[in-house]
Design a protein around this ligand. Structure first.
Ligand code: ZN
Length: 164
């Protein structure tokens, strides 16, 4: 066998798939908050994904608690779980910066230079534009929840904007 063809990093792909499935099967921060002061709904009609993100943000801008509910494909739900685990305990500003980091990763397909934990497992999704809408849903919904500063005042977010 003089030459081998095929994938250069199959182990890495398997690792990432395992991380994703772990979040899908055991979602972090799934449920409702009794005392949320931020909330937004998001949908990706293209795939049928739906999430609701709730958060309790303190007066000094820290995300004291975060939770989500939702249904949909494994990428949408795993990505939302990763988002919730990442932003829990951080400031709203840090969380909004993370949304930007995530969106950049979806454009470039490269793991961000910042420490983002499990989230880099989603970098490979960037190769599949339809899946990017799934992966982005929870993050865009969080962004909406944090920016609106009121509970449930906003129109639902959609990641299927009919253009690309
Ligand atoms: Zn999906």
């Amino acid at each position: 066998m003089p030459e081998t063809t095929g994938r250069a990093t199959p182990q890495l792909d398997d690792l990432y798939r395992d991380i994703l499935l772990d979040h899908y099967r055991k979602p972090r921060h799934k449920g409702h908050l009794d005392d949320a002061n931020r909330k937004a709904d998001g949908a990706n009609p293209l795939c049928g994904d739906q999430v609701t993100v709730e958060a309790r943000v303190s007066a000094d801008g820290r995300i004291e608690d975060v939770a989500f509910t939702g249904t949909g494909c494994s990428i949408s739900q795993a990505s939302t779980s990763m988002m919730a685990a990442f932003v829990y305990g951080r400031t709203a500003d840090e969380a909004l910066a993370a949304v930007g980091t995530f969106q950049t990763m979806m454009l470039t397909g490269e793991a961000p230079p910042d420490e983002v934990g499990d989230i880099e497992a989603l970098a490979g999704v960037a190769k599949f534009p339809v899946r990017v809408k799934c992966a982005s849903l929870g993050w865009k919904t969080l962004e909406q929840a944090l920016k609106d500063r009121t509970v449930d005042a906003s129109a639902p977010v959609t990641t299927d904007e009919g253009k690309e």
